[in-house]
Design a protein around this ligand. Structure first.
Ligand code: AMP
Length: 454
């Protein structure tokens, strides 16, 4: 039984792990950590309802490290470093983030970890896998590629963690998950983390967890409490100018969401022309471009990042003050994920949504899901902005971006009425592999278009 007075010291963690927690500057376990850690240490299967920003990564990583600590070995023999824990994530960004946490919390233990994801050369990953790793973080498709190439063996996995399981299902990873699960030993501990509890998620839990304990840190599907949410009603054709004005007046680090890759790119270009230090991340960008843009955003070299839902999954940006929904997601749960990017780990944040008449139906679904009405503010009168020179550091965006920004393009596209299109959902970067390339995209598209109200 855990209480509010739970401390890391009372959780029976190895002193080496406690030292790493201390190095991170954490003083008290978050509620999900206080609940999950003792249960994982007991060996129980878990179905945990926790959004990003609740400290869920440490909730599974800390006890995982504790359980693997007896296997830590300084031997160089690969045989002494079999994969013992497998963490599956839907996107490469989340995979990178999770593995960085594993490294940070396990830095005083001689356990090896590695992250593998699609969109990168296999070679370096294969070489690292062959040396042996105890903790493997992977996106499902790339993991299966490595299995096929025999660069990894999964027959000694004793812990399986499905992170953001709801998103994995949305992205059509179910067939891949089934294939991976068939490769694991039957006797193992399973932890499933999901921001939302749809019927599909409950079914997945029934299929893959053994006598699981259900823990939840907030009401399921609840939007973050410390995020101030508001909406501005606006015609789609006026959003561009309204956005530019909001960015000028708020003048804070902002993550902007669009539904399509195309809109993300065009919006970033438009903002650059307006003198805003902006860049875009979405599924069509190379991994290197995405990392560069993310680093520039984290380091404050750019103030505005435009992202699609899939590209933004797993982003952990400390102290992100504002999220703007330039377009309203058609899947209501994506709204919860989006606004969860701000107001993390107790900080406060603002989430502004620009709602066109065509998007009212999506807003209704969101309000039904979060069980509250989002306050509407008077839409500010948009004033023409003085065109400013771009700051030199904005030119640090990728060459492709600069070329795109200088290409003569018509902005007439922005004035077109909004039309939800089937190509509107970002394609998963590590698409399910049990289908042909063309077919692979279909479940993701359906996932993106589905509006769930649970
Ligand atoms: P997560 O939900 O795992 O994405 O974590 C959200 C953020 O909370 C990350 O930036 C973590 O570094 C931070 N965090 C995790 N656990 C704690 C804690 N016990 N105290 C303070 N911050 C934490």
């Amino acid at each position: 039984m855990t209480t509010d007075t739970t401390t890391f010291a009372t959780l029976n963690l190895d002193p080496k792990i406690l030292r790493a927690i201390d190095d991170q500057g954490y003083t008290t376990p978050t509620p999900i950590q206080a609940q999950a850690i003792p249960l994982v240490l007991e060996g129980r299967d878990l179905m945990a309802g926790a959004q990003t920003g609740t400290g869920k990564t440490a909730a599974f990583t800390l006890p995982l490290l504790q359980k693997l600590a007896p296997h830590a070995s300084t031997s160089t023999s690969p045989a002494r470093h079999p994969v013992r824990a497998l963490i599956l994530t839907p996107t490469r960004e989340l995979a990178i983030q999770v593995e960085a946490s594993v490294k940070a919390y396990g830095k005083h233990l001689p356990l090896r970890s590695l992250v593998v994801f699609g969109g990168m050369e296999m070679k370096a990953q294969t070489a690292a896998l062959k040396l042996g790793v105890e903790i493997l973080v992977a996106t499902p498709g790339r993991l299966l590629d490595h299995v096929e190439q025999r660069s990894v063996q999964l027959n000694q996995v004793q812990m399986l963690i499905l992170d953001e399981a709801d998103r994995m299902l949305d992205m059509g990873f179910m067939p891949d998950l089934k294939r991976i699960l068939a490769l694991l030993p039957k006797q193992r501990q399973n932890l499933m983390f999901s921001a939302t509890f749809s019927n599909d998620i409950k079914k997945l839990a029934d299929d893959f967890l053994t006598d699981p304990i259900l823990i939840e840190v907030a009401r399921s599907n609840a939007a973050a409490e410390n995020v101030t949410q508001k909406i501005y009603r606006s015609a789609q054709s006026d959003k561009q100018a309204l956005l530019a004005q909001l960015l000028r007046t708020q003048n804070v680090q902002t993550l902007i969401f669009t539904k399509t890759k195309l809109t993300a790119s065009r919006l970033a270009r438009m903002l650059q022309k307006e003198g805003v230090a902006a860049d875009a991340i979405h599924g069509d960008k190379t991994q290197q471009e995405r990392m560069q843009a993310l680093d520039a955003f984290k380091e404050g070299r750019i103030t505005t990042l435009v992202a699609t839902d899939v590209a933004a999954r797993g982003l952990d940006i400390d102290q992100l003050p504002m999220v703007i929904n330039y377009e309203i997601p058609s899947a209501a749960e994506d709204y919860v994920h989006r606004i969860g990017r701000t107001g993390r780990a107790g900080a406060s944040g603002i989430a502004i949504s620009l709602v066109s008449p065509e998007e009212e139906k999506y807003l209704k679904e969101i309000e039904k899901l979060i069980k509250r009405e989002i306050p509407q503010e008077d839409t500010p009168r948009v004033q023409a902005a003085p065109r400013t020179e771009r700051a030199p550091r904005e030119r640090e965006t990728s060459p492709r971006q600069v070329a795109a920004a200088t290409r003569k393009t018509s902005d007439a596209w922005f004035d077109k009425p909004y039309e939800p299109s089937v190509s509107s959902t970002a394609t998963p970067t590590d698409a399910p592999r049990s289908m042909s390339r063309q077919k692979r995209e279909i479940p993701a598209l359906l996932g993106g278009l589905k509006t769930r109200t649970e």
